[in-house]
Design a protein around this ligand. Sequence first.
Ligand SMILES: Cc1cc2nc3c(=O)[nH]c(=O)nc-3n(C[C@H](O)[C@H](O)[C@H](O)COP(=O)(O)OP(=O)(O)OC[C@H]3O[C@@H](n4cnc5c(N)ncnc54)[C@H](O)[C@@H]3O)c2cc1C
Length: 379
Amino acid sequence: MPFQLTDEQVLTRDSVREFAEAEIAPIAAEIDQNHRPPLESIGKLAEAGLLGMLIPEEYGGAGLDALSYAIAIEELSRVCATHGVLVEAHSSLCTWAIAHHGTEDQKRKYLPDLASGEAVGAFGLTEPNAGSDASSLATTAVRDSDEFVLNGQKIFITNGGFAKTFVIMARSTDAPGVKGISAFIVERGRPGFEILEPERKMGIRGSSTTPLAFTGCRIPAANLLGQEGAGFKIAMQILDGGRTGIAAQAVGIAQGAFEAACKYAKERVQFGRPIAALQAIQWLIADMAVDIAAGRALVYRAADLESRGEPHGQAAAMAKLFCGEMATRVTGKAIQVHGGVGYTEAYPVERAYRDAKITEIYEGTSEIQRLVIARHYLR
Ligand SMILES: Cc1cc2nc3c(=O)[nH]c(=O)nc-3n(C[C@H](O)[C@H](O)[C@H](O)COP(=O)(O)OP(=O)(O)OC[C@H]3O[C@@H](n4cnc5c(N)ncnc54)[C@H](O)[C@@H]3O)c2cc1C
């Protein structure tokens, strides 16, 4: 399916690229080295309209279509995958959920702050014993008159260290399996809601990834998001959009590494000429370019289906699967083009290689994407 970006989408791509190069590129290596969340970027991202992309205009956002959003995530990730996932988790996993499943009161209460950067969003599904099998989650939300009382633990929550608004999945009825799961909005600072120590990770090291603990945490019953018992369905819808976002992140990481490899190949001289003149290097460059173009086409296809209100879960799973594995391949080749220096922190491809790996894991591993895709054909 050929895609002709609209003038607005081209403008989004160009302006996010300019913003990322000016505001994010200068700190990308440092936040990685120091495992430091880039808190100073939150206001800048908000000012550039990048925290309200999936929030309707009437609640202070930009109300972008899914393709424009994917393009923006690609551009942020091209420079820094940490910033890419900060915005992706905030947007796809939190603001989208409230904008699509929230009551009018919830939208008015939470979305303007999430668009302005006053609050950053996060999403809590995963638990120590519920990863790929998210339906086995054990956190409970027990109704007590006009409140729910939360008990349990979440792990690996992106933006956990600084987010103010969390969309949390918990079991609120005795109904078995997915039927007992509901979604809730939980605000940071509630008594009994504790943010635990962040993980130290292989890549996206500036991204804050924390466990959350709920111990008798009381939230208003009005913070139920969507119908009681609809939580798992909401989580799967969230992930349908989120997977396109992660696929876009993977394309951005690969694109950044590819550009670095092209630049280095033209500069590095061996045997009396730039290594770009060697066919072995040209083939690496050609294979990387084809891989990225194929991945981007899958992202655009999934995002375009979503923008048009068509079913897009299958297309998102395909994009996520291909792009996650593609980014690992492409960043590995980018290191190969650089030779020894590519293996050092002196060049950005080392960081890109570490960052790429997570796109094969979060929001559903590659194995889970294969299950989703195969189920579609074999049902
Ligand atoms: C940096 C980071 C950020 C994250 N951010 C968030 C977040 O913001 N919110 C959130 O809720 N979660 C988040 N996660 C959790 C993430 O989505 C899970 O780690 C992921 O879904 C895999 O679950 P798991 O780690 O428990 O692996 P497991 O489910 O234990 O899987 C282990 C291995 O078994 C394979 N496997 C499992 N089941 C099957 C099957 N049925 N068929 C074939 N293979 C299978 C997996 O593919 C994998 O290879 C994050 C994780 C990380 C590392």
